[in-house]
Design a protein around this ligand. Structure first.
Ligand code: F6R
Length: 634
């Protein structure tokens, strides 16, 4: 969370900075700011100018429009508050007391309290509540000492000072720094928070994520942990934390055409819901081509020899990605017969289960940058590596939409779900891509362990191949239905979502989607649990959404739904149409499909239902309050 963008070159940068932030706004949007150096007399004594604003980027951009800010170098930040309220004072960039150094930071400086005490001793008074403000002050002190020792005020002196400050910082962060006395220098560094360098023509960039580079350059290089870079109008120098110069070939951005264009949709979320048939088709074309034999049904880039050793699986993820993991867990156990546990990554890290032998650890994250998931994976690697027992080796796999992320760099085996960039903060098409990847793994394990007959493998594969068309029909049908129903729920305060078996995670996902974008309290339950407590909440003001899909638990879910209806709850069904569905006050019909593939379809009406309620309430669907697309703090 938080987006950093920085530029150095030969043209005015303030509008570039605002454009860059616009492409990163999904990372945080409670305040924003830029700092540039106006090199007034073309000597080495520029003036640092800063503009900050509370709220959305639009506020900052109108300030800059009214009062343009000069400079050929600048840093910019869009914030998701961790330390200190989201207000103008706490917005980045932060300055030292002399107003010469400006810093933007994404992440958390864990030892900032201790470091601020050191600053206090030196008579420095902090003016914000953030953990970031200590950094420009510390850099200022280092520079003061360097200048006193005879060093010149040049970019190498700045680089050295930042290196010294990094050595005392603890936490996970990425920073960008400028100094008014070096208008031809920009220093950036990373410690477990994402940062990429961009190589333009006569100008160089740095950003928290590649979308910010679109339209400026296709050539980029992700920084690695502990690396620091000096950007000047002439090029980029990259160093490791021992000061050794690093040389790596940059990569080329791919799929930029998919970037942030709403087309004719009112919101990115709706566009991304509509893109799901394409997501599914691309996935099927890539991983499930018809010509593959039943003993090797999926074209995943994972070595068979690894999978053969696996006796159990643990899945680590957060939020929507964990719900995809739960669908995966059900499939892996029930279809492929592999014992599987799904964990909240944030809990796993501090309460891991005892080590189990021959275990595959799967991390799931659309962004590939979620701090909790990365930390849990790193912890698991560390404790398994330290046993030195081959039975406990760290077999691992990542499922992500961003192979150019920390997931892609840190994990040896990664399934790229290939959903295309997702801008809406509420995950939709990436959830579908994650679930599909679990179907792929399930087919692979089921055939490898001969848990299912070739015919069963073929049936599931063929059912998956029908999904794109079914999705497309469902979206068309339920978009207008949910739009028509939305006004009925505008005043609703609580909604209960019920599902069982493979559709229980979809009940959780439906509730999460509704609460995060419409701010209506919603709870997902396994339908059988209703009578063990939540039923006490029900009356005519609490609607119940029930996922009733023919299969193992169909009759059970129908009776659980009847229990809700008997308490006067308005009952909304996601079910097939037939005599049983008459009990529902509203019905989102789904086609008769095998229960195994049903989650790929049942989630769609729930996404649309949440979307239309939020849109009807006039809420900011794509950037809901307090949330960010990429959660890079624990
Ligand atoms: C909900 C949502 C979040 C994310 C969660 C994990 O719509 O998007 O719950 O699923 O923050 O994010 P990733 O998948 O990037 O690890």
């Amino acid at each position: 969370m938080c987006g950093i963008f920085a530029v150095i070159g030969s043209r005015e940068v303030s509008s570039l900075l605002i454009d860059g932030l616009r492409k990163l706004e999904y990372r945080g949007y409670d305040s924003a700011g830029i700092a540039t150096i106006d090199n007034l007399n073309n000597d080495q004594n520029g003036q640092l100018n800063v503009t900050k604003s509370k709220g959305k980027l639009i506020n900052l951009s109108s300030l800059i429009k009214k009062k343009p800010q000069k400079g050929h170098v600048g840093i910019a930040h869009t914030r998701w508050a961790t330390h200190g309220k989201p207000n103008e004072r706490n917005a980045h960039p932060h300055l030292d007391s002399s107003g010469q150094f400006a810093v933007v930071q994404n992440g958390i400086i864990e030892n900032y309290r201790e470091l601020s005490k050191r600053l206090k001793v030196k008579g420095i008074k902090l003016t914000t509540e953030t953990d970031t403000e200590i950094i420009p002050h510390l850099i200022g002190l280092e520079i003061e000492e360097s200048l006193a020792n005879g060093l010149s005020p040049n970019e190498q002196t700045l680089l050295l000072a930042v290196q010294k400050v990094l050595a005392v910082l603890e936490g996970t962060y990425a920073i960008a720094v400028i100094w008014s006395r070096t208008p031809n220098a920009l220093v950036v560094a990373r410690e477990q928070a994402p940062l990429v360098l961009g190589f333009g023509e006569g100008e160089f960039f740095c950003a928290s994520d590649t979308p910010a580079l679109v339209g400026l350059t296709r050539t980029f290089l992700p920084l690695r942990d502990h690396e620091i870079a000096l950007l000047t109008p002439l090029g980029i120098e990259l160093y490791d934390d021992d000061g050794n110069r690093q040389h790596r070939a940059p990569s080329l951005l791919k799929g930029m055409e998919l970037f942030a264009d709403k087309r004719n949709f009112r919101h990115f979320m709706l566009k991304e819901i509509y893109e799901q048939p394409e997501t599914a088709q691309l996935w099927i074309d890539r991983f499930l081509p018809v010509e593959l034999p039943s003993h090797n049904p999926v074209a995943f880039p994972i070595s068979k020899s690894i999978l053969e050793q696996i006796e159990q699986i643990q899945i680590l993820a957060c939020g929507t990605s964990r719900h995809a993991g739960m669908v995966g867990g059900h499939l892996l156990e029930q279809f492929a017969g592999v014992p599987t546990k799904v964990y909240f990554a944030s809990e796993f890290r501090y309460a891991p289960p005892p080590l189990s032998p021959n275990t595959l650890t799967i991390g799931v994250s659309q962004s590939g940058e979620t701090a909790d998931t990365l930390a849990a994976l790193r912890m698991e690697k560390e404790r398994r590596d330290s046993t030195k027992d081959a039975n406990f080796s760290f077999h691992h796999l990542g499922i992500t939409n961003r192979v150019d992320s920390s997931f892609g760099r840190e994990l040896d085996n990664v399934i790229d779900i290939g959903s295309g960039i997702e801008i809406g903060v509420a995950a939709t098409k990436t959830f579908l891509g994650q679930m599909l990847s679990f179907y792929g793994l399930t087919l692979q394990f089921a055939s490898l362990r001969q848990k299912r007959s070739p015919q069963e493998i073929l049936d599931l594969s063929n059912d998956l191949r029908l999904i794109p068309k079914q999705l497309s029909d469902l979206i068309k049908k339920h978009d207008s239905l949910s739009k028509d129903l939305a006004h009925l729920f505008v005043e609703t305060k609580d909604v209960i979502f019920l599902g069982r078996g493979i559709n229980y995670p979809i009940a959780l996902e439906g509730a999460l989607k509704l609460k995060e974008i419409s701010y209506i309290h919603a709870q997902g339950y396994p339908a059988g649990e209703l009578k063990h407590g939540p039923i006490a909440l029900l009356d005519q003001h609490v609607p119940v959404v029930s996922l009733a899909v023919p299969g193992v638990v169909y009759e059970k879910v129908l009776s659980n739904s009847q229990e809700a209806k008997a308490r006067d709850a308005r009952l909304i069904g996601v079910s097939i149409s037939g005599p049983e569905s008459e009990m529902f006050d509203e019905l989102f019909t789904i086609p008769k499909v095998s229960e195994w593939v049903s989650p790929l379809l049942t989630v769609v009406p729930l996404q649309l239902f949440s979307y239309h309620i939020a849109a009807h309430k006039g809420l900011d669907v794509d950037q809901p309050r307090n949330l960010a697309k990429c959660v890079t703090v624990e």
